[in-house]
Design a protein around this ligand. Structure first.
Ligand code: ATP
Ligand code: MG
Length: 868
């Protein structure tokens, strides 16, 4: 069975059990402060379990893209070393939201595995939760009894809290679970060791394939468990592991999910997979990591310096590190795997096939830049070794610096050191690393307390499209701590405050009643809730408040948001339909728009785009807002869906003439309210992505006024002559003058050289010159080198004064260096004491700077003693 068939069979099976099949949610999460990536199938359904939202169907099945590289579920270190953990993997899952429970979940899992996929029953073991006295949880007798209907009792094993009580993160939905393990060892090995002894023992061929979680509890911030409103089922089956079992392989990497990638890697690198355990790890790391990187980029997360983007960058660097060290690849290679990955998975995951070229470009650029970094790191390491020729161990600080500033993995430093017969100070490195961890821990201090619920309220309605001022009641609140201090989050029954999302910043304002007035500092979305951030909790929190949005600020934001839509349409008109939005910021101050385009925009293109926008402003186009359009219809209307965004079945469509967008943001009622739009910069944001920044309304008018004022000033400085012509004239004059000065300096130097030669004294067979000059240091150096070529046995000491600071320069002919054992470097260090300074250089030329101008003459007098 091919992997494509395996995926389809799963979905078809659950469809036949009345499940609604849904697409995978994006792999990168937005609006969730507790989690960066989907780490399991249930992530996107969290709100259904918590009762924050009603599912559209009580039975759902899908395959979910998961990434386990940070937080509670982090498998990164194992990936490549073992054969069944990946960074990115697909989790096949079926869900019940308060519908069926343990009986059906167990029966269907059994039916699918043994009757549809036809895995032999004798290969299967299952586990159930044995209970936990500290948490006051009983053994899962129910699950045990349902399993008994299908499988012999000696194959039902008890498991502890670690393996059989599943939790998404430190807080959130959780519950006892029942795992299904499959023993795929050959018969002779099965006879030697009983399979049940190997369950959950990290044996690569006795592995967990499916976990059935019975979601009944909520883990709270104070660590206690609370019963959820309903009993739910959440199952997750590792797709790649299932493929291994069904394709009769012993490693996930031997399945058709990974083999094409590995074959391509063999072709590029010239190494063979399976030939050597060391290179095998590198093959697996690369074949695995390219998936995590490509899917994250497909969902809009570019590699970057912080947050989720940084995690992706680290994964890419881990991969490049392996390729560089182990496969000897000094050129970018991961990007070459993208087309193969696309053939494998692009059919099911359109975000991949639709953007394959862009993804490859981003990866290539990121790889190249890291390879350049590696080069710089190598130079840094080599220069350290050269400057410290006697050293045997490279200090931990250097290894840390390489790691921290150059992103150089420490094992790479270790290998390079070993090649040079050196070792690295592992302990010192660890010390630096833990110092860094401490630093980032205190910087990232973050704590969220549990909600205090005042009124149960399922839906917090947003009324801010129509009202900026309404009466509200606080339904729940909680305290949070982060690096800026302590804050509270308030939730209302309805709100006029727009929560930061889709690039648009959150509203600010205040809530007020007869007792008090509290500032709303920001508004954010957390999962499905709109939370208002305040510094202090209202004293009388049960009372109603008047909630008032900062109107002027909101109007500026709306101007910028509508201008962003016009900009998007103008870019597609001027540059072409390949332009797609890649990110945006819409604030009260300015707007930023990132979009796919391959080259720098020309001045004319920028001007044309700006013209198109302002044309629409002048056309006074009315806002055409439709708040509930079925998703498919919206696409028909010409709106574009962005990959990595989660859209509901019903979407909001914003139209200004030809510009049609799926958008939840706030807008002007008529384009003329934008007043004017001015593009202030066009730059590169990352590979294949350009960035435009622009301003509108009063900000744009102020900007233009300022520009005009500076122009007026320039005019008045130039005595109101035609300014451009005058400046051109000034530039030409300036160049002329520079040339003349250079010529004068040269002539002066020629004269000096003549004087210097005339001042030569012969002392003990040495041609000695000692003097002070007004020439600059560069000219002095030049003259000294000229004279050294012309005069044998020369010993010359020159003092200069620049900006009231003394400098000494000493030149000695090479023959004198040898015959008299003179060393300019050593001499200049001695003489520099006279000018209270220091310096050094080569035996034949050296310089020193100092503080005491008056010591120069004395230093020159003293220099004679070296040849006397
Ligand atoms: P393991 O103990 O093998 O790490 P787990 O207990 O972490 O598994 P769950 O969190 O229960 O796994 O996830 C459900 C299923 O997802 C597992 O049964 C397994 O088949 C699959 N799975 C989990 N982690 C990975 C991974 N890193 N790579 C591939 N598949 C995985
Ligand atoms: Mg695990």
């Amino acid at each position: 069975m091919t992997s494509k068939d395996i995926r389809k069979t799963f979905l078809d099976f659950f469809e036949s059990k009345q499940h609604t099949i849904v697409p995978s949610a994006p792999i990168v999460l937005k609006d969730d402060p507790t989690l960066m990536f989907s780490n399991s199938g249930m992530t996107q359904f969290k709100d259904f379990f918590l009762g924050y939202k009603e599912p559209k169907s009580f039975r759902i099945a899908d395959t979910q893209k998961c990434l386990r590289v940070s937080g509670k579920h982090n498998d990164l270190d194992d990936v490549g070393k073992d054969t069944y953990h990946h960074t990115m993997f697909e989790m096949l899952g079926n869900w019940s939201f308060g519908d069926y429970f343990k009986k059906e979940a167990i029966a269907w899992a059994w039916e699918l595995l043994t009757q549809v996929y036809k895995i032999p029953k004798e290969w299967i073991y299952v586990t159930i939760f044995e209970g936990d006295s500290i948490e006051n949880l009983n053994k899962d007798v129910e699950a045990y009894n349902f399993w008994k209907e299908h499988i012999t009792e000696d194959r039902i094993l008890l498991g502890n809290k670690k393996d059989n009580f599943w939790e998404m993160g430190d807080t959130g939905p959780c519950g006892p679970c029942s795992e299904i393990h499959v023993d795929i060892r050959p018969l002779n090995e099965k006879e030697k060791i009983d399979g049940k002894k190997l369950v959950n023992q990290d044996h690569p061929q006795v592995i967990e394939v499916w976990n059935l979680v019975f979601m009944e509890y909520l883990r709270k911030a104070d660590k206690t468990l609370e019963k959820l409103p309903k009993q739910n089922v959440d199952t997750g089956m590792g797709f790649e592991r299932l493929c291994m079992i069904l394709q009769g392989k012993t490693s996930n990497y031997d399945t058709d999910v990974f083999m094409p990638l590995i074959a391509k890697l063999e072709q590029i690198s010239g190494y063979k997979y399976g030939a050597n355990s060391n290179t095998d790890v590198a093959f697996r790391v690369l074949a695995d990591h390219v998936r995590a990187i490509a899917f994250s980029i497909a969902d809009g997360q570019l590699p970057s310096n912080s947050g989720a983007g940084y995690v992706i960058r680290r994964i890419l660097r881990r991969a490049v590190g392996y390729a560089f060290r182990i496969l000897n690849m000094k050129e970018p290679l991961l990007y070459q795997l993208v087309p193969i990955l696309n053939t494998q998975m692009g059919e099911y995951f359109l975000e991949l096939s639709k953007q394959a070229e862009h993804i490859a470009l981003v990866i290539k650029e990121e790889e190249s830049s890291f390879l350049r970094t590696i080069d710089q790191g190598l130079v840094r390491m080599n220069s350290f070794i050269e400057n410290n020729p006697t050293i045997k161990t490279i200090p931990g600080e250097i290894i840390f610096e390489l790691y921290d500033t150059y992103g150089f993995p420490s094992d790479l430093s270790r290998i390079i050191a070993e090649e040079k017969g050196l070792s690295i100070d592992e302990e010192g490195f660890e010390v630096e690393m833990s110092k860094q961890k401490e630093r980032s821990k205190s910087a990232g201090k973050f704590r969220t307390y549990d909600w205090v619920v005042l009124h149960e309220d399922l839906q917090e309605e947003f009324v801010g499209y129509d009202y900026l001022d309404t009466q509200v009641k606080v339904t729940r609140y909680r305290k949070i701590e982060n690096k800026e201090g302590e804050f509270y989050q308030l939730v209302f029954q309805l709100t006029p405050f727009y929560a930061q999302s889709g690039g648009q910043v959150g509203d600010t304002g205040y809530i007020m009643n007869d007792n008090e007035k509290i500032d709303i500092l920001n508004t954010k979305k957390e999962n499905n809730l709109i939370v208002h951030i305040v510094k202090e909790l209202p004293k009388y929190i049960e009372f109603p408040f008047q909630a008032v949005v900062d109107q002027a600020r909101r109007e500026s934001i709306s101007q910028n948001h509508s201008a962003t839509h016009l900009l998007h349409a103008a870019l597609r008109k001027v540059l072409g339909n390949h332009v797609e939005q890649k990110g945006s910021y819409v604030g009260p101050d300015y707007l930023r728009f990132d979009f796919s385009h391959f080259s720098k925009m020309t001045e004319e293109e920028i001007e044309q785009v700006e013209f198109e926008i302002n044309k629409k402003v002048m056309e006074r186009i009315l806002l055409n807002e439709n708040r509930s359009v079925p998703f498919a219809k919206a696409l028909d209307m010409g709106a574009m869906a962005l990959f990595g965004e989660k859209y509901g079945d019903i979407v909001r469509v914003i139209k200004f003439g030809d510009s049609v967008e799926l958008c939840g943001g706030t807008h002007v009622k008529n384009t003329q309210e934008i007043i004017i739009c001015k593009i202030i910069s066009e730059s590169s944001s990352s590979a294949g992505v350009r960035r435009i920044e622009a301003i509108t309304g009063k900000t744009a008018l102020d900007f233009l006024k300022q520009e005009f004022n500076s122009y007026e000033q320039v005019k008045s400085l130039l005595k109101n002559e035609e300014p451009i012509k005058s400046i051109e004239k000034l530039i030409t004059e300036n160049e002329e003058l520079k040339k003349q000065i250079e010529q004068l300096v040269k002539e002066k130097a020629k004269n000096e050289k003549f004087l210097w030669k005339n001042s030569i004294k012969e002392i003990n067979g040495v041609q000695y010159i000692g003097l002070i000059t007004e020439l600059n240091n560069a000219t002095v150096k030049d003259l000294i080198f000229q004279l050294k070529n012309e005069i044998e046995n020369l010993f010359i000491v020159v003092g200069t004064k620049t900006d009231n600071k003394p400098t000494l320069s000493i030149g000695i002919s090479d023959d004198l260096v040898k015959s008299k054992n003179l060393n300019a470097g050593a001499i200049v260090r001695e003489l520099a004491k006279e000018i209270q300074g220091g310096g050094g250089g080569q035996p034949s030329f050296a310089t020193a700077g100092g503080k005491n101008l008056y010591g120069l003459e004395h230093a020159i007098d003293k220099s004679i003693q070296y040849i006397d």
